[in-house]
Design a protein around this ligand. Sequence first.
Ligand SMILES: Nc1ncnc2c1ncn2[C@@H]1O[C@H](COP(=O)(O)OP(=O)(O)O)[C@@H](O)[C@H]1O
Ligand SMILES: [Mg+2]
Length: 538
Amino acid sequence: MLSVSNLSVQFGKRVLFDEVNTTFQSGNCYGVIGANGAGKSTFLKILAGQLEPTSGHVFLEPGRRLSVFEQNHNLYDEYPVLETVLRGNKPLFEIKTKIDELYADYSDENAEKIGELQAQFEEMDGWNAESSAASMLSNLDIHESLHYTQMKDLDGKQKVRVLLAQALFGAPDVLIMDEPTNDLDYETIMWLENFIANYDKCVIVVSHDRHFLDAVCTHVSDIDFGKINHYSGNYTFWYESSQLAARQRSQQNKKAEEKKKELQEFIARFSANVAKSKQATSRKKMIEKLNIEDIKPSSRRYPAIIFDRNREAGDQILNIEKLKAVQDGVTIFDNINLNLKKGDKVVVYSKDSRAVTAFYQIISGHEQASAGTYDWGITTTQSYLPLDNSAFFNSDISLVDWLRQWATTEEEREEVYLRGFLGKMIFSGEEALKKCSVLSGGEKVRCMLSKMMMVRANVLLLDEPTNHLDLESITAFNNSLKNFKGTVLFSTHDHAFAETVANRVVELTPKGIIDRYATFDEYMQDPALKELRAKMYQ
Ligand SMILES: Nc1ncnc2c1ncn2[C@@H]1O[C@H](COP(=O)(O)OP(=O)(O)O)[C@@H](O)[C@H]1O
Ligand SMILES: [Mg+2]
């Protein structure tokens, strides 16, 4: 379908891709992964013809169409909604435009041309284009009354949905998406997962969203050391099998046959789980066809995130009564009553993301509530990862000195000790001596996690902890929170994180709290709760 030959890309001295040869097949969905800056976005731009490689070629089978999910949400601001979607199928839109022009300037000569174009138009199913674009929009909850509105008059959420419809419109043979779930809400992501999982063409997608990758991918395309390798299976399969293979490599006294058997059993277990899962998708069959040759030991370094506690908390963790927050004259939550139990792992959710951040800022003592009270149990110690951590990093000290600020004993002040914690977050050697003011977003979060590991609190407050992190860090962080013995309040856009960590869901609304012991999916998909939730925001 789409292939790449001898592709090399170099920016200055930096070689991103070195003689890459690879093919993308129809029917498959490739999840492209790789470290920050590995070249994922660059690669997609080259596939889409938006960027020229330094050398080499990209071949799309003749007669096939490729489409890209637009990341610039304002690009179509001057166009009406329905037309924006129609523009997604460029060849069709161009023919339609020509026909319209010729009609406007009607003559006998033009009539013949119109006839020819209309035949092409018909072949491309052009007469149904508007109605299929309209029904796509409606499926995405863009009501008919909005179809002739200018894009610039939609809100951010609506714009992404229209652009999504644009990318999918006319069923492109190759669909390219760079981190598509980033600005989408839960419902839209679920819709997209379902759509892509049943889409029988070729999809190439970069994502950090493991739930999405697992739901849609038949292959993982790993960018590492300037090359791209495809592996059959979804992200979880790639992660777990490559970890298993890496462990096997270090077990020298184990026989080759035993290792092979272990891998085969792993594949059988994994396939059985996929087969059992509720999802009925056409991609699922592909994931059931896994083979042992595809498993390679991982060369990735995963951070070692381990949260210990200095002491165990008593039974009183946190009691909140009638808590209220007002921002810019608007009540963002009110009448919040909550009693935390020891060991609860609570995902805190609100349709208004300001509410969640205000909640953490209040219960961590950084901001005042507009009304109500909160009481921490005296045996609790809290460690807070705020959404905005910039205040921690506006000095020029080294990472070691930065971390030393939270040392409480002589031992903790020692450089070796501090470097140990930084090393766990993959700041090794010289990296630990970097100035903290030059760090990237992801590096700052990794520093904050080093601090949290060192502080050993028994309650963790985490506001969007996976922001800026790469897949390795997210995966390691997720695993560590599953195993943490203390209490956690967290909010996240990462579906897999929410689903695998939380035993309780709390939603903050202007009309009070909704509080359920449930998994995140159970909570979000419960029809009665959906109704209740809609009412609480009115
Ligand atoms: N036009 C450019 N000129 C120079 N360097 C670039 C350009 N575009 C990207 N880069 C660099 O190439 C690397 C890969 O970028 P990108 O493809 O965006 O990575 P990823 O999407 O994997 O995070 C980064 O180090 C980036 O700074
Ligand atoms: Mg990118």
